[in-house]
Structure formats: C-alpha cells, structure tokens
Design a protein around this ligand. Structure first.
Ligand code: PAF
Length: 280
C-alpha cells in the first residue's frame, strides 16, 4: 500500500489509475480505524478497481478544542489495518498541507444543517463540507463511501454533491455494531470499563422505543425514549429526534414520510456518542 502525505502525490497516483480506465473508490476517515471503517474499505474494494482511504483529523470541523485535542490518533495502526484490508493507497496530509491559507467558505444546506448535530455543534457541518469537497477534488474518486452512523453528515454530503454537480456517487453504508449493539466509533476507546458496560443501552433503548411504534405517536415515542434514557444516570442526553429520513424534519404523524429514523446524541463520561436506527 502506498502512503502519501502530499496532495500532488496522491493526485498523481489516482490520475495514473484513471488513465488506465480503472475505477477509484474512496473512503474518507479521521483515522483511529475500527471494523466500521474496514467494512467501508471492503465495500469499496468490491465495487471499484482501486481503493483510496484518507486519514485526516480535520481541525475545522471541531467546535470544541478539547474534543479535537483528545480525538484518538493511531496512524501506525491505521496503516497496518488498511494494508491488511487490501487498501491500495492512503492519503495522510498535515493540516498545513490541507489548509495553507485560512478557509473562508460558507455553505448553506438549508434546514437539514440546523437540526440535531448542526444545532449542537455550530460550524461542524461547514467544516465537514469544506474538507470533504477538498478531498473529493484531490482524490477525484468514482464513488465515495460513508457510514450511516453519521446519518446527517451523509445527508449533507449528498446535498453538496447534488448542488455542486460533482461527478461521483455517494454510497451510504450500514452502521457496524459491536456484539452487544454499541455502534462502532473511534471515540469508544475513550470509555472506561463502567461506561463501556452501559453504552449498549443507547442502542437497546432505541430498539425498545421502536418496538412500541404501534401504540405511540412520534412525539410520544420521543418522550418514551427520553424517559428511558433519563433512568440511566450516566447518560446526559443532548437530543432525541424522530424524523423523515430524507429532509430530517421532525415527524408529527407516522404517515408523513416513507422512511422514519430515530436519532440520539448523548454524553457518557468524557465521550459524546451518537446513534440512529430506521423505524420503518
Ligand atoms: O466522518 C468522518 O470521519 C469525518 O467527518 C469525515 C467525513 C472524514 C470528514 O472529516
């Protein structure tokens, strides 16, 4: 596997592959790779001739400096995992390489950026959009792969690609979970033993609420979920939302959409965790 730190080098690598008529799949990450990321690499390998991954902890998408500082960084282990997964090239730039000048771009994604993560983490999606656009322009992939754990991020990236007529396909991939149901996340390594033991209740509670769907309206299901989380003293819930999957608008009635999803963000010890599950 080739490891590139500079934009010109990864660009040259991909250009050579395109000139040979090969399809390039791309998996952008912030590193501290786990099985969830590897599932994206595997999917990209099946659907393309060449797979490129990026590992870059993007400073401008963190609205909390402590979160940026504590974000796990394991570059050597990441390289080993990517090599074992059969990835062809990894792009690992420095922040100076990605942002030699201050970035002033401002994106407007409308309603979908102002709810949930957008409401709790001001500027987050603007930072994501800036880096993902830059990475797409650098890597120039045919397809790019994103996990549904960051479902709102996926909606925003899909919208950016549509709005800017970018010539690539965004491929959403299912959430990968630990055996006990906890959604895999690079942040999970920061949970202590007691917190890790409680963490599966995030997913279990969402499923419990969904199982009551026939008896509850969306707002009743939201209240039920909040009440259940409130019983677990270690959880400090930021939001629970039940929305249309397409426009991320809160639902009043189940018949307002074809597919509904329940979302949660909460603080557990030092770690902010998110999860979501399709209701129907
Ligand atoms: O989901 C992530 O890991 C990041 O938000 C992404 C898409 C790599 C952009 O930094």
């Amino acid at each position: 596997m080739n490891v590139y730190n500079f934009i010109v080098d990864i660009q040259r690598f991909v250009e050579e592959k395109h000139n040979l008529g090969l399809k390039v799949g791309f998996v952008p990450t912030m590193g501290a790779l786990h099985e969830g990321h590897i599932s994206l690499i595997n999917r990209a390998k099946k659907e393309n001739d060449i797979v490129v991954c990026s590992v870059f902890v993007n400073p401008i998408q963190f609205n909390n400096p402590a979160d940026l500082e504590k974000y796990p960084r394991t570059p050597e282990k990441d390289i080993t995992k990517l090599e074992q997964a059969g990835c062809d090239a990894v792009f690992m730039p420095t922040a100076d390489e990605m942002y030699p000048n201050k970035v002033e771009d401002h994106y407007d994604f409308g309603e979908i950026e102002h709810v949930m993560e957008g409401a709790c983490r001001p500027g987050h999606f603007n930072g994501v959009a800036i880096v993902v656009r830059k990475l797409f322009e650098i890597v120039n992939p045919n397809k790019a792969y994103f996990g549904e754990k960051d479902f709102q991020q996926l909606a925003i990236i899909k919208k950016m690609v549509r709005d800017l007529n970018m010539n690539l396909e965004i491929v959403p991939c299912p959430i990968v979970r630990e055996n006990d149901g906890l959604a895999m996340s690079s942040r999970n390594v920061r949970l202590n033993e007691a917190e890790r033991a409680i963490a599966p209740k995030i997913f279990a509670t969402l499923n419990d609420a969904i199982s009551k769907k026939d008896a509850l309206s969306p707002s009743e299901m939201k209240k039920y979920t909040l009440d259940k989380y409130a019983e677990i003293k270690e959880f400090d819930v930021e939001y629970v939302e039940i929305t249309d999957e397409i426009n991320l608008k809160s639902l009043e009635n189940w018949n307002e959409c074809d597919h509904a999803r329940i979302f949660v963000a909460l603080q557990l010890g030092p770690v902010r965790l998110i999860d979501n599950v399709r209701i129907f």
